[in-house]
Design a protein around this ligand. Structure first.
Ligand code: CTP
Ligand code: MG
Length: 236
């Protein structure tokens, strides 16, 4: 089966602040989205890359060099949440993808993905029937707050066995499409924040493949400095 990348890039970056959506903010010399886009477009094992942007997006066209246009297509079908954007993107690909084709969903807000991480995911899932995701074992001591405005810790949550999810998350096209459709029909699309959650709702168990701290998500303004540090450093 072939491998395709699907990059949701239709968010507004509310937590980041700023005048333009965070995926278009300059980071280590180029718009954030371009980092991940170039990695997937340049990867020999990725057949083609699709980027989901909002219908009103006025930035993406300026990013698309002639070389990128050979390897990347733009889907102007972004929705109100990340999962809507992914689901709409999958809907738009119904004619182009086969059921067994793999889809690697990757956040535009994770500029630190690289060829080695993509290879690690592909290799780990080559014989898999469900799929899986990059993730990192949790290192922090975790507290459950009591929900008060000035919260107190109720208890410590054992971190053994806990992982922090990253992207890419890779599943067979038909399986992911079905999982998201089912989540939508059950009105649960809004409660999930990644693709693996929808697969879990089907009772399946996505494989956890070790990611990298380099592959952090840029959520808050301060995350950009750390992302730049990694992007400017030596590359694996
Ligand atoms: N995303 C999307 N469509 C949405 C919301 C998010 O395609 N309606 C994309 C973002 O562009 C990003 C990825 O999903 O690449 C992860 O989402 P997140 O980090 O939450 O980005 P934003 O939603 O833009 O940020 P915020 O939640 O702070 O507004
Ligand atoms: Mg968001």
């Amino acid at each position: 089966a072939r491998h395709f990348a699907l990059i949701p890039a239709a968010g507004v970056g509310a937590r980041m602040g700023g005048q333009i959506p965070k995926q278009y903010l300059p980071l280590a010399g180029q718009p954030m989205l371009l980092h991940a886009l170039q990695r997937f477009a340049a990867h020999a094992r990725i057949a083609h890359t699709f980027v989901v942007v909002s219908a009103e997006d006025g930035w993406i066209d300026a990013l698309m060099t002639p070389a990128l246009r050979q390897r990347v297509s733009i889907l102007r079908v972004g929705g109100p949440t990340r999962q809507d954007s992914v689901f709409n993107g999958l809907n738009a690909l119904r004619e182009q993808l086969a059921d067994a084709d793999w889809v690697l969903v990757h956040d535009a807000a994770r500029p630190g993905v690289d060829a080695a991480l993509i290879d690690r995911l592909l290799d780990a899932l080559a014989q898999d029937e469900v799929g899986g995701l990059l993730a990192l074992p949790v290192v922090d001591t975790l507290k459950r707050g009591d929900g008060a405005s000035s919260p107190r810790s109720q208890q410590t949550v054992p971190r053994a066995g806990l992982w922090a999810a990253q992207t890419p998350q890779m599943f067979p096209y038909a399986l992911l499409h079905r999982a998201l459709r089912q989540a939508q029909e059950q009105g649960r699309l809004g409660e999930i924040t990644d693709d693996a959650s929808a697969i879990e709702m089907l009772g399946l168990r996505p494989r956890l493949v070790e990611g990298s701290p380099r592959n952090l998500k840029v959520t808050l303004a301060q995350d950009a400095a750390l992302a730049e540090f990694f992007l400017k450093g030596p590359h694996p």
